[in-house]
Design a protein around this ligand. Structure first.
Ligand code: HEM
Ligand SMILES: CC(C)=CCC/C(C)=C/CC/C(C)=C/COP(=O)(O)OP(=O)(O)O
Length: 312
């Protein structure tokens, strides 16, 4: 209905919408991508060497634009399923405020712009990694895995884990063991982050016919998987200390945060099938966001304190 009301034809007969600027901002998935960009920023700061501040700002802006562009491509392709899920039905494309062509064009132009900017201003290794990340999320995850396998999040999570690797490469031009440790942490974090949400939104995914783990393997199996990933994640949080690029003070913060993750995942595991409120799953989803933000902030603080000689 909205599609018919708000669209008109231009002189060439092309369909145009009357989208507000806010609709194009929404296509960038700004809330999700803010944490993604923060992890890329931490990757940059952790890298050896002091980048030129202007280059650092341009690089992080290019990564932010690339992340947003991948979100726009995801929303262009997913408009059909977003339309039938309560959580996503009011997004600009399914609600008819932005046409599919506009979303696709916006995503493609911003993708090309972000990759070219990073390549020209930082280096082409970082640009290639950014292009790969956009491709992995928009094509491999969105167009293929999401609709075809319940392991979609596990494999597709690689895209969300790459930003710190891109950030590190923007400074050094290389991929290192340290940046791969940051990759591993986010890679192991993604399944419990997403499955906690998928548990209390499984009705949405059922309606859309998307094979998310709770819909395919059931809630009990998903809760077990969440708990296993929580254990692996808690252990991986300590790896920066083991690998020698973070202090014991960071290690203590990571251990407490990891303990919290395991505790809240345990509450999800113990949640009875009859608990329709799904409160423990909602709490775990919220905690997952806090966990990643605080863990990466701890890495940042650790690097700052180390540069002042306050931790080693
Ligand atoms: C393939 C990997 C991932 C999947 C499938 C996934 C899925 C989701 C979904 C479905 C939501 C709810 C979105 C909404 O309705 O707004 C969400 C929220 C969120 N995700 Fe993820 N996520 C993934 C990776 C990541 C990564 C890597 C980060 C950051 C490093 C992240 C950060 C967030 C944040 C900050 C929110 C809360 C957004 C809000 O409050 O609106 N996600 N995620
Ligand atoms: C630098 C760069 C390109 C970063 C991209 C990082 C990335 C892959 C983030 C994943 C974010 C996300 C919301 C995934 C959910 O997709 P979904 O389609 O399952 O969720 P939806 O139903 O909310 O659309």
């Amino acid at each position: 209905m909205a599609l018919v009301d708000q669209e008109h034809m231009d002189d060439t007969g092309l369909r145009l919408s009357e989208a507000a600027p806010g609709d194009f901002i929404a296509l960038l998935k700004p809330r999700v991508m803010s944490l993604v960009v923060f992890t890329a920023f931490v990757g940059m700061v952790m890298a050896p060497g002091v980048p030129n501040p202007l280059l650092a700002i341009i690089s992080i802006a290019a990564i932010a634009v690339g992340a947003g562009a991948s979100g726009a491509l995801n929303m262009w392709y997913d408009a059909d399923i977003d339309a039938v899920m309560g959580r996503t039905a009011r997004r600009p494309v399914p609600a008819g405020r932005v046409t599919p062509g506009e979303a696709l064009g916006f995503g493609l132009v911003l993708s090309a712009f972000s990759v070219a900017t990073l390549g020209l201003m930082a280096n082409w290794t970082a640009a290639a990694l950014l292009a790969f990340t956009i491709f992995f999320y928009a094509v491999i995850y969105t167009m293929w895995l999401k609709r075809s396998t319940s392991q979609n999040i596990v494999i597709g999570g690689a895209a969300g884990a790459l930003p710190p690797v891109v950030g590190w490469a923007a400074v050094t031009g290389t991929v290192s063991m340290e940046s791969l440790v940051l990759f591993l942490i986010i890679f192991l974090w993604t399944p419990p982050h997403f499955w906690a949400l998928a548990l209390f939104k499984s009705g949405d995914y059922e309606r859309a016919g998307i094979p998310m783990l709770p819909n395919v393997a059931g809630h009990a199996a998903t809760k077990k998987q969440i708990f296993i990933y929580a254990l692996l994640l808690a252990a991986s949080g300590i790896l920066p200390v083991v690998a020698g690029f973070a202090s014991f003070a960071y290690g203590a913060v990571a251990a407490i945060l990891g303990g919290g993750f395991v505790w809240y995942s345990w509450q999800v595991l113990r949640m009875p099938e009859s608990d329709v409120s799904m409160k423990p799953a909602k709490v775990l989803f919220g905690y997952s966001l806090l966990y990643l933000f605080v863990l990466f902030t701890a890495l940042l603080a650790d690097r700052l304190l180390a540069s002042l000689g306050l931790v080693s």
